[in-house]
Design a protein around this ligand. Structure first.
Ligand SMILES: C[S@@+](CC[C@H](N)C(=O)[O-])C[C@H]1O[C@@H](n2cnc3c(N)ncnc32)[C@H](O)[C@@H]1O
Length: 468
């Protein structure tokens, strides 16, 4: 190991920053985050320093040896004058003051790691100055893996430290207790901002520990939106919950590439719904969620798009709430947002649409119960979910309610997925064009002049366009 990893307590201690440009400002901010009192020595300061929220002392001149008096460490960042940097570093080194010169590990006595800050948890990564880019890449990976609220969990755990020690004196048992706490429902409640639930679960765990029992695992349900299909559109939280679930109930719209990201040994239950073919009735799905959670399982209910946009997610959690089962809802990118973005069609645009309406084209007993008057409005985009089968009916109703037959329409089939196809036309013609294109769905219909922007803004491969 080339350097000793260590975390230095800088609270109320003096730190010197030599330099007045952006990097010196970043060092100042970092030292201030650790509670240091910072003096900046530089003839002039860049405007970046104006954004610092914590006060610092500015000496508007060049470095003098006396600046080192009482200082714990020095940051030097004057890349415009490497000789000056070397002189300051030498002087600091001569007085045994720790010195870091930005991007010059060779003349530094300490180097700055890349950090993942979930205070009080902080991960520091160093390549010993050899390959900072690799350290930064690793950091980026960790940023996506470590829950943003890990720090909150650490603080929460800290408030229970003494109590847990008192109730469980044995070190081994205590370690197992903390492992269960950090990998289970208590941690999830903290991550999802439900501190009261976390406290009550912690009380149950401690009560069980007193009588030498292990609290029965607490089941919970994660209602997670998996987005329109591209696995890269999953949220960090969705992925984390997918990787810790014991069982997953998934829809027809969730593709295999996404299911493969669920914990390998999780049980899979297919509850897909296709028109006329309901593998499991809604009531049965909700009941299954409740039963599995009551058995202590972490149940992932994975839905295409967003669970609260034409996803019946609300109905599923109503039963959970009534039965007192803990749950959390993770939003997903809805098909409307995903398809519009991947088709190059902005849903709103200052020159075209100031409103956007999502409606369902699913006909109940052949009837579409929509407020057509409200849909046929200027400067508005209408997105029709489940509108492929009823497309000609929807278009006819638009026309019957006064829509301009030349209004642009796009149908996005398998949006955000490798086989995405975008077929465009006008209200009067689109149904025929779509029929000829033999789209298979899932597909979404976008109506409005924003569709015309696609000519300029299309970027994602569209299999309906010839590849040149
Ligand atoms: C039951 S709704 C579910 C909507 C989902 N909860 C959401 O937020 O996107 C199913 C409809 O969503 C649309 N849809 C879902 N994924 C799609 C995709 N990848 N491309 C186009 N449309 C999609 C289709 O209109 C499909 O019939």
């Amino acid at each position: 190991m080339k350097h000793l990893p260590a975390f230095i307590d800088l609270k109320d201690r003096s730190v010197l920053v030599v330099g007045g440009q952006a990097m010196a400002c970043r060092r100042t901010a970092m030292a201030q985050r650790a509670g240091a009192r910072v003096t900046v020595v530089a003839p002039q300061l860049s405007p970046d320093f104006g954004n610092l929220r914590t006060p610092f002392v500015h000496q508007a001149r060049t470095f003098e040896a006396a600046d080192l008096a009482g200082v714990v460490l020095v940051f030097v960042a004057c890349e415009e004058d490497p000789d000056y940097e070397s002189r300051v570093a030498k002087r600091a080194g001569g007085q045994d003051v720790l010195v870091n010169v930005a991007d010059r590990a060779d003349i530094s006595t300490f180097i700055m790691p890349s950090i993942v800050d979930r205070s009080p948890i902080v991960v520091a990564i160093s390549s010993g100055g050899e390959a900072p880019i690799l350290a930064r890449m690793l950091r980026a990976r960790l940023e996506s893996l470590v829950p943003a609220a890990l720090g909150k969990l650490a603080t929460f755990a800290g408030t229970y430290r003494d109590r847990v020690k008192e109730v469980i004196p044995d070190v081994q048992r205590r370690r197992r207790f903390w492992e269960r706490m950090a990998g289970g429902a208590v941690a999830e409640s903290i991550y999802s901002e439900q501190p009261d639930t976390a406290k009550s679960l912690m009380a149950d765990m401690l009560e069980a520990a007193k009588s030498d029992r292990e609290a029965a695992p607490t089941g919970e349900v994660y209602l997670v939106g998996s987005g329109p299909g591209d696995p890269d559109l999953l949220t960090f939280r969705a992925l984390r919950l997918m990787q810790q679930a014991d069982v997953v109930l998934h829809d027809r719209l969730v593709p295999e590439e996404i299911l493969e990201l669920v914990r390998r040994d999780a049980d899979r239950i297919y509850v897909g719904k296709k028109q006329g073919d309901h593998s499991m009735k809604q009531e049965e799905i909700s009941r299954t969620l409740v039963n599995l959670a009551k058995q202590g399982k972490r149940v992932l209910r994975l839905k295409g798009g967003d669970p609260f946009v034409f996803g019946r997610g609300g109905e599923e959690i109503e039963m959970l709430a009534a039965e007192g089962v803990a749950f959390q809802v993770v939003p997903g990118i809805s098909a409307a947002n995903g398809c519009a973005a991947y088709a190059g069609i902005p849903l709103t645009h200052r020159d075209h649409a100031q409103a956007c309406v999502f409606v369902t084209g699913h006909a109940k007993e052949g009837e579409l119960e929509l407020n057509w008057q409200a849909l046929v409005q200027p400067k508005q985009t209408v997105v029709v979910y489940m509108g492929l089968i009823s497309l000609s009916q929807v278009m006819a109703s638009f026309l019957a309610h006064g829509a301009d037959p030349k209004t642009l329409v796009a149908v996005v089939d398998k949006g955000t997925r490798p086989g995405q196809r975008v077929v465009a036309g006008e209200i009067a013609t689109i149904a025929q064009i779509v029929q000829a294109a033999e789209l298979t769905g899932p597909a979404i219909v976008i109506i409005g002049s924003v569709v015309g922007l696609r000519e300029k803004l299309e970027w994602y491969a569209n299999t309906d366009r010839p590849v040149s």
